[in-house]
Design a protein around this ligand. Structure first.
Ligand SMILES: Nc1ncnc2c1ncn2[C@@H]1O[C@H](COP(=O)(O)OP(=O)(O)OP(=O)(O)O)[C@@H](O)[C@H]1O
Ligand SMILES: [Mg+2]
Length: 330
């Protein structure tokens, strides 16, 4: 295992920030950390990276115990903290050279490593600017560049896309995807599509505990008993409803938008997960002579996922959602 968290716990005075967190991540996995504010994501990542020791439990990075072999563990690691260190008086390139030296890179590799990290994050053109004068998004890019220096086998990125513009979000996503199967990545985020597209698994935390560990695709299947599509149809509501309900394998139809008498109405059409009813619904609507305006899969939002999981937890049934063994990779 490339990253192991064993019963990590962290208290700050009377606050238990992280209760008892264990997981294993295999080499080459990209794992997303999701959870509401204050869930304990950053605290967990700080224990993994050796920013502070756990109150109890153990973190192992690339075979090195973070508490016992801190230098070796840190050498295997690129870390983007949630709040990047300031270094406002340093120039971007100078700062990155300094980081490269700190990581023990020799003079010969150093220049190439700095250039590669700047290229990957699109900051070559600000290489001589003072970090303190950069915009928030550019400071974030410098933070990511700093983590990439020396191509460490393990990357731990605390909200890497926070503060970035949409184009850069896409680029960073592409960057993480392009790191290849030798690199192991943990990233925390509040953006669900981000983890859906790049993560093999997501770890969902709330109030210092892991609520669920699963692949993004399975998460929805386990959390919602049905598959749901949104269908917008031009036609008289009552008749459209009858047509939709008559489609084989459709178990429920609910109006979600459109006032009586409006030109179109939108319906949520539910089926079991194993039945994709989209083609049948489209054929039925068109066959009945109505206008099919829109038809799409209605994915669960991050809010719905949290609310479902947190609701379960409060009802006392969190363990049933731990659907996959942590560490079992694809
Ligand atoms: N140094 C500290 N001293 C005291 N309490 C702390 C400290 N660091 C974190 N906490 C508390 O621990 C809990 C978890 O915080 P943490 O920063 O890990 O959450 P998070 O999941 O990263 O949240 P966010 O999404 O807002 O970044 C919070 O209640 C926070 O106030
Ligand atoms: Mg955080």
């Amino acid at each position: 295992m490339e990253i192991t968290a064993e019963h990590l716990r962290k208290t700050f005075g009377a606050t238990v920030a992280v209760h008892d967190v264990s997981f294993e991540i295999a080499r080459g996995e990209v794992v997303g950390f999701l959870g509401p504010n204050g869930a304990g994501k950053s605290t967990t990542l700080r224990m993994l990276t050796g920013v502070f020791p756990p109150s109890s439990g153990r973190a192992i990075i690339a075979g090195r115990d973070v508490a016992r072999e801190p230098l070796e563990a840190r050498r295997a690691l690129g870390y983007l903290p949630e709040r990047a260190a300031a270094y406002g008086e340093m120039q971007v390139a100078g700062y990155l050279r300094f980081i490269a030296e700190m990581k023990g890179l020799g003079a010969r590799e150093l220049t190439g490593a700095v250039r590669a990290a700047m290229g990957a994050t699109g900051i070559e053109h600000v290489s001589h600017r003072l970090i303190g004068n950069l915009s928030k998004g550019y400071r974030q890019r410098v933070g990511i560049a700093q983590a990439l220096i020396g191509s460490p086998p393990v990357l731990i990125l605390d909200e890497p896309t926070s503060g970035l513009d949409p184009e850069q979000v896409t680029e960073i996503r592409g960057l993480v995807q392009g790191l290849g199967s030798e690199r192991t990545v943990i990233l925390s985020t509040h953006i669900l599509p981000e983890v859906e597209s790049i993560c093999s698994r997501v770890i969902i935390m709330n109030r210092g505990r892991i609520l669920a560990v699963d692949s993004p695709a399975h998460l929805e299947e386990h959390l919602r008993p049905y598959r749901e599509i949104a269908v917008e149809v031009a036609g008289p509501g009552d008749d459209v409803l009858r047509v939709l309900r008559g489609v084989p394998e459709v178990v429920e139809v609910v109006a979600i938008a459109g006032a009586p008498g409006a030109a179109t109405g939108t319906w949520a059409v539910r089926s079991e997960h194993r039945h994709d009813v989209r083609r049948a619904v489209a054929a039925a609507v068109v066959g009945a002579g109505y206008g099919l305006v829109r038809l799409e899969h209605l994915a669960m939002t991050l809010e719905e996922i949290f609310l479902t999981l947190i609701g379960d937890e409060e009802a006392g049934a969190p363990s049933s959602r731990r659907t996959e063994q942590v560490g079992a990779s694809h």
